[in-house]
Structures are given as structure tokens and as C-alpha cells.
Design a binder for this molecule. Sequence first.
Ligand SMILES: *Cc1c(COP(=O)(O)O)cnc(C)c1O
Length: 346
Amino acid sequence: MRIVDLRSDTVTHPTPEMRRAMAEAEVGDDVYGEDPTLNRLEAMAAERLGKEAGMFVASGTMGNLVSTLTHAQRGDDIILGDKSHIFRSEAGGASALGGISFHTIPNDSRGMLDPDQVEAAIRPNDVHFPRTAMIALENTHNACGGATLTPEDTRTIAEVAHRHEIPLHIDGARIFNAAVSLETPVSELVKDAESVTFCLSKGLSVPIGSVVCGSNEFIERARRWCKMVGGSMRQVGIIAAAGIVALDSMVERMAEDHANARRLAQGLAQIPGISINPDALPTNLVFFEVERGDPAELARRINERGVKGGSPARRWRFVTHYGITAEDVDYALDVVESTFREYAPA
Ligand SMILES: *Cc1c(COP(=O)(O)O)cnc(C)c1O
């Protein structure tokens, strides 16, 4: 049976070129700083993002956690969006492991924060209050439809943060999708942030890993936290080799994923029982509402027919990626259309 896996861009497998690079990677013990392939990836990532230094971590969650622990101390709080991945989907790590509290303000429909609300959320210097130690943005914004923040958006929030001497962190799990969609160098998107996490393991098709970038001083302090949470590894060059291939050759092609997402969104908009706004979905995340039928049953039926995705909730997310072609999109649309016609009639 044909399988079209639309659950996430994390299901991507390493490309043949990555597997070759992994097999041939020169490696060493990274805890001694001696893995040449990893050192190359970290330098490459930092250069691409316009930062002084980079540090490989096991996941985006680990990158955000280590960044937060580096910026904030016990008792501090951080300001972030109420739909942010750090707040909703990282198991409360900063509070559980760092004693840091989350001060959320509303994300608008494109994942942006209101600068006045950010400013109002910053705690005055008073013994009663926690210290505000970090402000975080997310680009692209996962729960807000893969929406992108422009350099101007980011600067607006950075200006507030920096006026109060607070560092800005960008959860850029899919920052390269934003860069490709906006046709803007990724360094422009992150230039006003003190730290950034991006994932290699999503649309870039690397099997494992993320990179945190920032100043030399920040990364030096972050390495201790990374060690503490168990994130320093050994012959990491085996994985880093795939990351180098990704940064060299897998970034620009994500425009195809965005085109396929658009094709998918426009097709879904034609299916009775589905509510979607294709114009609000600029990258590879396709969110929509299942308005009729039992979503759990519909998801089960499309999965049985090889289209992986959907959920028991009414809000579904399909994701395009390196493993999905335009023909896969058309096949998925056929499956969804006929399933909805049968199981979600008007
Ligand atoms: C996926 C994701 C992460 C976390 O990455 P993992 O590698 O899955 O831990 C962080 N932030 C956003 C916005 C994400 O989409």
C-alpha cells in the first residue's frame, strides 16, 4: 500500500548523501572538543545564523531548555506566547528542572506577541517580584499554522527586551522554513536575538539533533547546562555529518515543501466538511478544522488507506516534507475526499 505520512516533518529519513557522509565521517570525543565533524557543523551553523558560536544538542526541546537555563536562574520568570512550544509542549522543563516560571501572554493568529503586552509583563525591580530573565519568540510558529515572523516583527520585540536588558531567545525549530518562505537570509531573522535553537531533525531531514547559537560567552555557559542535563555526547560527528549535508543542500529545497503544502491546503479547501484558510499557511504546516463526522473515525479510515495523520480532535495538522511529492499530495487529497464523502456526509 502507498504510504503518505503527513504526521510531521520529523518522519523524514536521512538522504543517501547523508548516509554516505555519516559512514565516512571523521570523528573524535566531543567532550574533549575533538570531533572535527561536529566542530565543523557548529561553526557552519553559527556562521549561517550570524552568531559567534553554535552547540549541537539532542533535540529542539533540549536546545530551548539549555538556552532557558543559561539565561534564567531559579525564581526567575520568562515571557513567552501562550501557544508557544516551550510553554505547551516541552513537559514544563524550565520549571521542573530550573525553578523558572512561565509568564504567558497571548500569541496572535500569526504567532506574534504584542510589544505593549510584553512590556507590561516585564517585572519591575522589586523584592516582591520574580526577575524577568528571558523573552521568547517562535519562528515559524508551530501552533499558529507555521506562520513566519519578519525581521521587523522580531526587532519590535527585541527593542522592548533590550530596553530592559533582557535577552531574547528564538525557538527557531523551523527557522529555515521561515527564511525560505520570506526569501530572507536566516541571519536577518535572528540578528536581534541573543540565542536561537533550530532543528536539523525536521524539514532538513537529519535523523537527530538541533543546534543552539549565540555569542561565544553564551555558548560557553550553555555547555555546562548541556552537560548537566546529559546532553554532551561523544563521537557526534556521525550525526553532525548529516547536519553538514543538510545545511549545504537541504535548505532551499524546502520551497517545494511549501508549494506542496499550498497544493494540499487548496485541495482540502474543496472538500465538504473541512474548513481551512490556505492563505494563513505560508510554510509546510497545514492546519484545518474537521467540521463534520467523528474525527477519530475519519483519522482511522484515512490511516487504514495509507494516509498517516489526523487526530481525534477537530483541529488537524498535515505536514509536508522531503518524503512527500506533489503526487503524494494528490493521492492524499483523493483519500481524504472519498473518506469524508463516505464517513462525514452533510
Ligand atoms: C519540534 C519543535 C520543538 C522541539 O523539537 P524536538 O526536537 O521535537 O524536541 C521546539 N519548538 C518548536 C516550535 C517545534 O516545532
